[in-house]
Design a protein around this ligand. Sequence first.
Ligand SMILES: Cc1ncc(COP(=O)(O)O)c(C=O)c1O
Length: 472
Amino acid sequence: MAESWATFGVDLHVDVARPGVGPRRGLTDALREAVRGGRLAPGTRLPSSRSLAADLGIARNTVADAYADLVAEGWLTARQGSGTRVAERAVPVPASAARPARSLRGPAYDLVPGTPDLASFPRAAWLKASRRALAAAPDDALGYGDPRGRVELRTALAGYLARARGVRADPEHILICSGFVHGLMLLGAVLRQRGARTLAVESYGLDVHWDLIDRAGLASAPLPFDERGTRTDELPSTGAGQGGAVGAVLLTPAHQFPMGVPLQPDRRAAVVDWARRTGGLILEDDYDGEFRYDRQPVGALQGLDPDRVVYFGTASKSLAPGLRLGWLALPPDLAPEVIAAKGGADWSCGVLDQLTLAEFLTSGAYDRHVRASRLRYRRRRDQLVSALAARAPSVTATGIAAGFHAVLRLPPCTEQSVVRAAAWHGLAVHGLTSYRHPAATPAPLDALVVGYGTPSDRGWPRALEALCGALP
Ligand SMILES: Cc1ncc(COP(=O)(O)O)c(C=O)c1O
């Protein structure tokens, strides 16, 4: 009989299918929670990657990768002959009788990149905008409406994006979606319908995005990467839409995620030339374009050729990911297909939040919030750099001119041990390996990707202290 989950006598009820999260991340999170919450006791042996993969209906490599991530973080151990087990002291902080164990509520400090400081969400200003928006909304705003989203928001965004990001877009060609991931799903479906087979991506990025591309039936092919960023000059010159040809390229031009470099002017020109020559599309992920500290913001690539660039913006960094609000500025000849794809699939994005964001933008509250956030994150970035210089001089912070994460270059062969040490200090942080495309060619680098935006102002000094404690 095939070795099965049940033969181990453990029933984890692991649910890897979480919206917006790929199976690897879903499984890693579910297992980590099971260990942290005590459902998997220290020493418990986990099933082989083959049998767990069969039980969950996912690829064996995905399970092996999730196990490797958790070994690197110190939650599991893997030994030849004894399989993969829950680490003897996987829970970073011992439970106290007086207080609920910190570990039951997750790591004490979270420096995983991606989430802004949610404690500083502008609740009062949002509430005020929401009241005003609802009071002013016509009755028909509460109907099914237009799949592109409310015209008030599309108009406000057209003005804001032109002013703040150099985006050239008519409100007619702006589409509101549930964050970047929803926009990517829509574009994936449209590209596939148009006959594309491959989407070029950057060597470093998010596995959840690569999974979405995969689910749309497209292969993701990483472009080479060097110290000047993504080699857009290496895009193949074959025409888009032909079998196997690259139909589009997904880039983070203002601030490469997670490496932090902006796309250099010659490479911006090269990718636009490629798109014009081959009929390919550029998908521009402008996830944190508003946050640049040391010089003027790098404008959006879309301004160079609005007919070939699909611009993706999101409220996930500037406000909160829980709003699930994003927007696309579409090339006019692509817009009907993307609008039809959204109208045909779902009509997500509640109208009240759309109207509130429109009011938030037009009243100037959005600019005020972004300005205050920029100051907050810049201060933290400076504190991080000073703390590293004083406490961990062998570690260099790179990619720090923008956004709210930094790449900390570590001495060779130390990434896994530092991630493990961080877990012992109650700190959730990821190594750069988690962000490297499986088919990427650059030699792996030992580094941490530190999201310094997530802690609250009160929690940040302690999170920084824990980070310094874990560094070599
Ligand atoms: C590279 C990148 N793109 C886009 C996003 C935003 O995704 P969404 O708008 O779906 O929340 C993030 C958020 O973490 C990101 O890191």
